[in-house]
Design a binder for this molecule. Structure first.
Ligand code: GRF
Length: 185
């Protein structure tokens, strides 16, 4: 039976799109059975609808506390019965209960060569440090911030005239290669 992939995304969803296209090309013998999002306005929702992928919205503000939000998110994930959860631009920290339930079954894409520049604004951090090479990392999610075991990385050279946007764009091109490849692996 085809493996069941659930993607969790908060925004634009270009990495989600890269996974959709890899599935459509037959590069990954699996099915994306749901998009789960915390953002009812996420462009990722339109991408899911265009690909015929069911969407589950779990709104943070609709929950009384962080714990009840995490519980609602866990229920949504359980209902989708994932073999693999792909965090593709999910802009929240995943709670302990979910991390434990899906240990080694949840991966994340980060726009830097971890363990450098974890957390937000990874491209800005790279520019401020003056590194000459950065990139992207796909890693398993554990209880640390962007610190789980690394699956694969791709490098990007930093140019002298790069700003945050130009660097982010070049990293994104590599993300769109790295994420489907990690999902396939
Ligand atoms: C990507 O840079 C990803 O590495 C980071 O958030 C961004 C999401 O972009 N975690 P998109 O929504 O996939 O276009």
């Amino acid at each position: 039976m085809a493996k069941r992939i659930v993607v969790v995304a908060s925004g634009r969803g270009s990495n989600f799109q890269a996974v959709i296209e890899a599935l459509q090309r037959g590069m990954i013998p699996a099915a994306c059975v749901a998009l789960v999002t915390d953002n009812p306005k996420a462009y990722a929702i339109e991408r899911a609808e265009a690909a015929g992928i069911p969407v589950i919205v779990v709104v943070y503000a609709a929950s009384a506390s962080r714990e009840s939000y995490e519980q609602a998110l866990l229920c949504a994930l359980q209902e989708a019965r994932p073999d693999l959860i792909v965090l593709a631009g999910y802009m929240r920290i995943v709670g302990q209960a979910i991390v434990r339930e899906y240990a080694r079954k949840m991966i994340n894409i980060h726009p830097a060569l971890l363990p450098s520049f974890a957390g937000l604004h990874a491209q800005r951090q790279a520019l401020l440090h003056g590194v000459k090479v950065t990139g992207c990392t796909v890693h398993f999610v554990d209880e640390s911030l962007d610190g789980g075991p690394i699956i694969l990385q791709r490098c990007v050279r930093v140019m002298d005239d790069d700003d945050e946007d130009t660097l982010a764009q070049r990293i994104l091109i590599q993300e769109h290669i790295a994420l489907p490849e990690a999902v396939r692996l």
